[in-house]
Structures are given as structure tokens and as C-alpha cells.
Ligand binder design. Structure first.
Ligand code: SF4
Length: 365
């Protein structure tokens, strides 16, 4: 019943594949060609960019060379490939010219970025961020998803130097147990992870972290799981995603014999999510009474309300006219409604071309 199978690096071949499928009944293209598919894709039209809003994703890197034992990405997305700086800059300029104010640079292992710079050298992610921060119109930069082992000095310096680089780092750790990290082939220890977090914190005092966790990895004992809870307590996350382990066919972990029972997995996931929820709630409550910069994105569901995002991606609602969409304005946070902050704009009129200083929210260690 399947007419076309197309790999992630080949979707620019779709027109030819459709023609071939019509002619021959089926078409398969799962190769990893060396050509850059982005060069073959049509550029989005200005009205399409504007319709998508003030925040945009830009792919800078694809694939992964890490081969964590539970993950299919290296098999399905291929090895790490970074787009050249010039192509990214062209995309970013086009987005900025059409009203985009916030960029999230994305890649399966984005901080392994090593694209060719205009000087012919390989640029790390930190250098790319420095370069993009100078783009007129771009107020905010983010990136996702990072591997703790690929955090280099250039990235730390970018967080130290760039106001536009938002102080929220998504840094997956998966487990707080060295024994499980080794079985996952994560290539770092708990101590390494804590050291990386410390380096970020030294560079940017108001930085916050989110993470990913897997519970019930094959062989995870109650002691291993307790170590995960202990790490979460130590770091103090603004948010985190947690999942029960499920085997992915073809990965080494899928062959592992020591499994964790469904009941144990359920219990552990609930305990972990309760802890993460309590940290997220505390983090959000800490915003009440502070003034935070909000990038306004769109009209909210309630009439007259506009919603935007704080530097920590918290939704923030104010009563205001629609013309603030696309502006970064300081908002005095008055209260919290579930996960949303509600407040008032502190100074609705700013001198032309000026933007407020970065947020004043204080976060705990
Ligand atoms: S979990 Fe992340 S770092 Fe590990 S193999 Fe998958 S994409 Fe790569």
C-alpha cells in the first residue's frame, strides 16, 4: 500500500519520486546524498514567513555521530552534517526582513555544529551565534538540542557575551546514574554534566536549564533511579521532558536482556514527573513580582489579550493592542495561572529603535 519511501536527506527529490511512483507504481529513495537538500528547496515566500509569526526555526545541523544505545537518530538521520554559515545567514536575513524577531537554531546535536565559515574555516556554534546576533531585527536567539559532551568554550562565551542569546539551555542528561549513562553510551558522567552546568552558570548568572530523562532503561535499579532524582534536585530545572524507556528496533539497547517491569517504570515516571512539576511551578512562581522581557507573538484566546514568551519560554499574557506583536517589552508579572504568567507592560512606549534590557528574574541553583 506504500507508494513512496523517502529518507530525511532526500525529500528535495519528492517531485521526481512522485513522477516515478506514478509511472512505476512505487519509488524508494533512502540514500544519504552528499548534496545539500536545502539548496534544492524553494525559499519560503515572504507572506508565508509573515504568516508563521515572529519566531522561526532554522536548521543549522542534522544527524548525529554519538550512537547512544537507545536512539535511532544516527541510523535514520545519518552522520553529523553542518550547513555553511553563508547559507544560514541568507536564510536568517530573509526571515528578519519579513518580521521574524526570534530564531531557534535546530539540529539533532546542534552544538556539534561545525559549518564552514566565510573565512573557509570550521565555525563552532558559539561563533555562529555571535555572528547571527548582529543581524538587524533579530532580538532573540535560541538553539536546540545539545549534547553535554559538545559544550565548548565558544558556546559558554556566547552565553556570557550575547544579550540576544536567551538564558535557557535545553541540556538532556537522560539519567543521573553513571552506571546507566555508561549503558546508554552517553559518553559523559554525572560529574561531567554537573561541571558543564556550572560553567554555564558562571558565564550567565540567570541561566536556567531544561532536560530530557528516560526512566526504566534496561537494568536501571532503584538505586540508579534515586541517583536521577538526586541530580534533578541538585540542578533544579525550569522544565523537563521525561519518558518511559521503549526499545527502538535495531538499536543496541533493544537487545538488552535486563528489563524493568511496567509497574516499576510507571512508578518511577510518576515520581520523577512530580519532582519536575514542583520545580517548574517553583520556577514560574519565582517570576511573580519581577519584570521580564516578553516577545509578543499573537492575540490570545481571551479578547484584548496578547500572548508572548519570556526569555525562559514561559507564556506571558497582557491586555494590550495588537500592534505590540513583534515587540520585546518589559512586563511586570502579577500572577500565575497554571503555566501562564499574567502581567502588565511596564513602559509601553520606548524611544524608536530601543529595546529594554534583559530580564531581571532570579532563579535558584
Ligand atoms: S540521543 Fe541525541 S546524542 Fe544520543 S544518539 Fe540520539 S541524537 Fe545523538
Amino acid at each position: 500500500m506504500v507508494d513512496i519511501v523517502v529518507g530525511p536527506q532526500s525529500y528535495h527529490h519528492l517531485p521526481q519520486l512522485l513522477t516515478r511512483a506514478e509511472r512505476e507504481g512505487r519509488a524508494i529513495d533512502t540514500e544519504f546524498p552528499t548534496e545539500d537538500k536545502f539548496s534544492f528547496l524553494a525559499q519560503p515566500r515572504p507572506d508565508a514567513i509573515r504568516a508563521r509569526g515572529v519566531s522561526a526555526f532554522v536548521t543549522v545541523q542534522e544527524g548525529c555521530d554519538k550512537f547512544c544505545t537507545f536512539c535511532v537518530v544516527p541510523y535514520t538521520r545519518g552522520s553529523e552534517v553542518s550547513r555553511p554559515v553563508k547559507k544560514i545567514v541568507d536564510d536568517v536575513k530573509r526571515l528578519a526582513d519579513n518580521g521574524v524577531r526570534e530564531l531557534t537554531l535546530i539540529g539533532q546535536n546542534v552544538n556539534a555544529y561545525h559549518g564552514e565559515g566565510p573565512d573557509g574555516r570550521s565555525w563552532p556554534l558559539g561563533k555562529l551565534l555571535h555572528h547571527l546576533a548582529a543581524t538587524p531585527g533579530i532580538a532573540r536567539l535560541r538553539y536546540s538540542t545539545s549534547h553535554p559532551g559538545d559544550v565548548d568554550d565558544s558556546l559558554i562565551e556566547a552565553h556570557r557575551d550575547l544579550d540576544a542569546l536567551m538564558p535557557l539551555v535545553h541540556l538532556p542528561v537522560q539519567s543521573g546514574s553513571d552506571r546507566v549513562l555508561l549503558a546508554m553510551r552517553r559518553r559523559h558522567t554525572v560529574r561531567d554534566y554537573r561541571d558543564v552546568v556550572e560553567r554555564f552558570r558562571k558565564a550567565r548568572q540567570n541561566i536556567a536549564f531544561s532536560s530530557d530523562f528516560i526512566v526504566g532503561f534496561p537494568g536501571e535499579s532503584e538505586e540508579d533511579f534515586s541517583a536521577t532524582l538526586a541530580l534533578v534536585m541538585q540542578i533544579g530545572y525550569a522544565a523537563a521532558y521525561s519518558f518511559k524507556y521503549s526499545p527502538r528496533p535495531g538499536t543496541p539497547a533493544a537487545e538488552m536482556q535486563e528489563t524493568v517491569s511496567a509497574a516499576d517504570m510507571d512508578g518511577r515516571l510518576e515520581r520523577l514527573q512530580n519532582l519536575i512539576d514542583s520545580q517548574q511551578s517553583a520556577f514560574n512562581r519565582a517570576a511573580i513580582g519581577t519584570t521580564m522581557d516578553v516577545l509578543f507573538e499573537r492575540a490570545a484566546r481571551n479578547p484584548g489579550q496578547i500572548v508572548g514568551r519570556t526569555p525562559y519560554l514561559q507564556p506571558a499574557h497582557v491586555m494590550a493592542a495588537k500592534d505590540i506583536i513583534g515587540c520585546v517589552l518589559p512586563v511586570r508579572i502579577a500572577r500565575l495561572d497554571r503555566y501562564s504568567l499574567l502581567g502588565e507592560i511596564v513602559s509601553p512606549t520606548l524611544p524608536p529603535g530601543e529595546e529594554p534590557a534583559s530580564s531581571h528574574v532570579t532563579i535558584g541553583a
